[in-house]
Design a protein around this ligand. Structure first.
Ligand code: GLC
Length: 574
């Protein structure tokens, strides 16, 4: 049923978004579409079942056809893979499972030639327990300068048998592991906010800071366009590592969002500026899981990080009032610091949004166990994901696409337990279902696994099994189907390039387009307000406003210019 929409006075508000308002003259990163490659699962050229750099190079045409401006690659460094590469043993070399440093240099150069910039993942909060500095620290013993690069402490209890404080690891259990001395007796404990194989660096130690300056320069000299910073707000810990129960600081926890962390980013920014050229700016994007927009924005001040992932938007349910609230809060927080917002729906840590949007509770939460396996209406999830794509690509700032978003992949929730690799699963004794379900290798072509992920006849199966029904979702199948998610993404990205008002610039809520409290997100873009996006989350069809031309719709429109539920359109207003 169609519902007429009436104007509402005083709903429109304009928020300037920094210097590049509505033009493509601003820095590339203010309006870029950035594609996240998870190297383990993108493409496997050598047939060992694990993605690799040769696979990425061979599949660059997919990214060119898609029309992305940049890629962010999850870690490719030398690593025992205790946390899928987020445990780094050598920050300046490539893990043999992925390839060689020479191949990484070739990939960066070939992508750049194809018009795609490369952002690499930097993991500065922790390294691997196989990193030479950590091995040296364990060997050197208590009180040594080597140990000062990490957080070693004696245990509590009569015999030091209890962890030094009450901090929990993100992957279950205490954030401390005890080492044994050369004679086999238990000795000091070291801090690891993630897996035991990921010791936290001590950022109070000047050698640690100098080491990371060198790592930044190493990759900048190899042509990267910037860095995604892993757990960017965790590097500095509250002085004295106080117990969580006793902590009363400004930030929610003694290991997060400490004021001292900003000095690190100011230092890094000056390193980056030395390697930036007009038209070739290098950038930082921080992984910042802060739910306080004003604290989040402090990281985006002019001399710190350029951008941060907008996880409030990722977490918000598929409901217009809640989404509008997050969009407003985001723009309000970013405005004063002059930073562009980012829009992200999925990544390698979160439940794929096709699945989230198909559940009764469409939000994202860290209580994965409670949500895992709850019923999913895939059709609804797909419709909403398609509409969500047009929404994110129409909002002011830069947009992230996680590999497989463009294929409408869903979260795989039935991976056999013995194949799960996320350390969060083992760390919690299986209570946490983990993040493997969003990391399943991409389907490229063909009717059966490995769907072109690995070459035909490869000795090894993909490191995680692909659902048989992904035969319908391969790149090859979707490229041939004008109604597919892939074609929608390609069309949207191509159109967005021609419409400079999308990306950076002002946004005005558009009363005539609909109201959030009625389940409709409607806004215009650009100084002249000629472009508009409407997302119908109302549950019933709505009539499109008069005097508008439909540029792109996320699904079929109803007769008489009706926008069906869970559908989005881009419009030009006359
Ligand atoms: C970040 C990464 C995640 C990793 C964790 C520890 O949250 O995105 O994958 O497990 O940091 O490095």
């Amino acid at each position: 049923m169609s519902q007429p929409l009436s104007p509402v006075a005083g709903e429109s508000r304009s928020r300037p978004q920094g210097p590049a308002s509505g033009t493509r003259d601003g820095a590339w990163w203010r309006h870029a579409v950035i594609y996240q490659i998870y190297p383990r699962s993108f493409a496997d050229a050598d047939g060992d079942g694990m993605g690799d750099l040769a696979g990425i190079r061979a599949r660059l045409p997919h990214l060119v056809d898609l029309g992305v401006d940049a890629v962010w690659l999850s870690p490719w460094y030398v690593s025992p893979q205790a946390d899928a590469g987020y445990d780094v043993a050598d920050y300046c070399d490539i893990d043999p499972v992925f390839g060689t440093l020479a191949e990484a240099e070739q990939l960066i150069a070939e992508a750049r030639q194809a018009g795609i910039r490369t952002i690499v993942d930097l993991v500065p909060n922790h390294c691997s327990d196989q990193h030479p500095w950590f091995r040296a620290a364990v060997a050197a013993g208590p009180g040594s300068t080597e140990r000062d690069a990490f957080h070693f402490r004696p245990g509590r209890g009569a015999h030091g048998e209890l962890p030094p404080n009450d901090w929990p690891s993100n992957f279950g259990g205490p954030a401390w592991t005890r080492v044994t001395g050369p004679d086999g007796t238990p000795e000091e404990w070291y801090l690891h906010m993630f897996a035991p194989g990921q010791p936290d660096w001590n950022w109070e130690n000047p050698r640690v800071a100098t080491q990371f300056d060198d790592i930044l320069v190493f990759w900048l000299e190899r042509g990267v366009a910037g860095f995604r910073i892993d757990v960017a707000d965790n590097l500095v810990k509250a002085a004295g590592l106080p117990d969580l129960v006793d902590y009363s600081g400004e930030s929610p926890q003694p290991w997060a969002d400490q004021d001292g962390v900003h000095a690190i980013y100011r230092r890094w920014r000056s390193v980056l500026e030395e390697h930036s050229r007009p038209g070739d700016e290098k950038v930082f994007v921080g992984e910042l899981w802060s739910d306080r927009p004003e604290r989040f924005a402090r990281y985006l001040r002019a001399d710190e990080l350029h951008t941060g992932f907008n996880f409030d938007f990722l977490k918000v349910p598929w409901q217009a009032p809640a989404m509008r609230e997050v969009i407003d809060a985001t723009l309000e927080a970013h405005g004063p610091v002059g930073a562009p917002a980012t829009w992200v729906l999925s990544n390698h840590d979160t439940t794929r949004h096709v699945t989230r949007y198909g559940r009764a509770d469409t939000g994202y939460g860290f209580d994965r166990a409670a949500r895992h396996g709850s019923p999913v209406d895939l059709e609804a999830g797909w419709r909403r994901a398609r509409a969500g794509a047009l929404l994110t690509l129409a909002l002011p700032g830069s947009t992230y696409i996680y590999q497989g978003d463009e294929l409408g992949l869903w979260e795989v929730e039935d991976i056999p337990a013995e194949l799960l690799q996320d350390p969060a699963v083992a760390g919690t004794g299986g209570a946490d279902p983990g993040r493997d379900g969003c990391r399943v290798p991409l389907p490229w072509s063909g009717g059966t696994a490995p769907f072109g992920f690995s070459p035909d006849g490869s000795a090894n199966e993909p490191w995680l099994p692909q659902p048989a029904s992904w035969a319908a979702l391969t790149v090859a199948a979707q490229a041939a189907d004008p109604g597919s998610a892939l074609v929608l993404y390609r069309t949207a990205l191509a159109l967005r390039k021609q419409l400079p008002a999308f990306g950076d610039g002002p946004l005005d809520w558009w009363p005539e387009g609909g109201r959030a409290q009625d389940g409709v997100l409607a806004f215009t873009r650009g100084a002249d307000g000629k472009l508009a996006c409407i997302v119908n989350q109302s549950g019933q069809g709505i009539r499109l406003p008069d005097a508008t031309e439909v540029l792109l719709a996320s699904g079929p429109l109803g007769d008489g210019a009706v926008l069906p539920p869970d559908t989005a359109v881009w419009l030009r207003r006359e």
